[in-house]
Write a protein that binds this ligand. Structure first.
Ligand code: HGY
Ligand code: MN
Ligand code: MN
Ligand code: MN
Length: 394
């Protein structure tokens, strides 16, 4: 039963806020990795690691080729929801239970994956594990990424990342990721399960505003070069430029130096997350925003530098595979784009890839308010089982 297995994970890494602090390769996430190994062992599924921090539990030997992989990630954003990531992994194991329960013997291997650092919440680059597996990031650059305490990913991993694994990629015939929906498309359509059509282009940009640190009480207003002012303008401008274009943008993370109430900051750093239905719109948004913020910095006597930290173009899932899964899941299953990034988006450049989404009645995500009902999660497991059977048999 979904609820029984889910209850085992719920307390791991939960904060007083009701949200989760499951940062990659820290104690709560490693406890979830141990849980993964126990679940695999209980199903006689050998667990292999790819040397990048990703785990793979196998039903059948992937060397046979044409393997059908499902899975997702354990890590969370700070105080994120319970379902974003773990739902895909729990559903993978339960879908295999369902297939075995009805006597299905796949013709091709079936696996469940746990990808490391999907949120980028500790080392700053999202989908780090799947990017390493596919060669989308240089292993040495990944190893050198640091967390807030200066710990490198390489140190946390305990060895230099292996990087691209052609042997594993070559063994995959398909990847299907089940994920809680991070929006209201399914609840608005009264649908429990949906299929992914595409992932919006999206990215993160670091804006560094530099002014002149000074005394908050004695410095005349006319003498100030206050980077917090330019930062505040940038936040409002990002919101305005996004609304103008039907795009999405927010600055969810900010750091001031020296971060003292009675000191005008010398620098303020803000991280922009921006997304749009197409790359052209996203590029336009960034160009307009950088132009406006640079002009404002000139008026404020401050300087601004903009560094892209990770930018992903549009991900169009294999339309034939999406349509096939929509049929398998059931008539009328909606096929929808999403604004959320996923490991499936990274893998889709190398393997036929699809996503299944489970209704989130609140539509809220990256927040303790994220939710999915047990009944809908059971429907998601049934849909994933049908998809895995369709892809691994015959
Ligand atoms: O940020 C995202 O879009 C995803 O939830 N990691
Ligand atoms: Mn997420
Ligand atoms: Mn996710
Ligand atoms: Mn993901």
């Amino acid at each position: 039963m979904f609820a029984d297995l889910w209850a085992e994970l719920a307390p791991i890494g939960r904060a007083d806020s009701g949200g989760y602090l499951r940062f990659a390769l820290t104690e709560p996430e490693t406890a979830l990795r141990d849980w993964f190994r126990r679940q695999a062992a209980a199903r006689d599924m050998p667990v292999r690691e790819d040397g990048n921090g990703n785990l793979f539990a196998w039903w059948g030997d992937p060397a046979a080729g044409g393997a059908v992989l499902t899975g997702s990630h354990f890590d969370s954003v700070p105080h994120g929801g319970a379902y974003d990531g773990p739902l895909g992994i729990v559903s993978g194991f339960l879908a295999i239970d369902a297939l075995r329960g009805r006597g299905v013997t796949p013709d091709r291997p079936v696996g469940v994956a746990a990808f490391v650092e999907e949120e980028g919440g500790r080392f700053g680059v999202p989908c780090l594990g799947s990017r390493l597996l596919t060669g989308a990031i240089d292993p040495a650059a990944a190893a050198a990424l640091t967390d807030a305490d200066g710990v490198t990913f390489g140190a946390a991993l305990g060895a230099p990342p292996a990087g691209r694994r052609d042997d594993l990629l070559g063994a995959l015939g398909a990847y299907v990721e089940l994920h809680v929906e991070q929006g209201r498309n399914l609840v608005d359509r009264d649908a429990a399960v949906g299929v992914g059509a595409a992932i919006w282009p999206h990215g993160r940009w670091r804006f560094t505003f530099t002014g002149e640190g000074d005394h908050a009480g004695t410095t005349r207003m006319t003498d100030r070069r206050d980077p917090m002012l330019t930062y505040a303008f940038a936040v409002l401008a990002a919101n305005k430029e996004a609304r103008l274009r039907g795009a999405h943008a927010t600055v969810g993370r900010v750091r001031a130096h020296p971060n003292a109430t009675n000191a005008i900051p010398s620098t303020v750093t803000g991280w922009l997350d921006a997304r749009a239905a197409d790359t052209g719109t996203l590029d336009e948004l960034l160009d307009a925003l950088v132009k406006k913020v640079t002009e404002r910095a000139g008026r404020d006597g401050t300087a601004v530098s903009v560094t892209p930290e990770s930018v992903t173009g549009v991900v169009d899932f294999d339309p034939a595979l999406a349509a096939r899964l929509a049929r398998v899941v059931g008539d009328g299953t909606p096929v929808l784009p999403t604004g959320a990034g996923h490991d499936a988006g990274v893998l889709s450049a190398h393997v036929p890839t699809a996503m299944l989404f489970v209704r989130n009645p609140t539509g809220v995500s990256h927040s303790p308010a994220e939710h999915a009902t047990d009944a809908d999660c059971e429907r998601g497991v049934a849909a994933l089982a049908a998809a895995l059977e369709d892809l691994s048999c015959g």
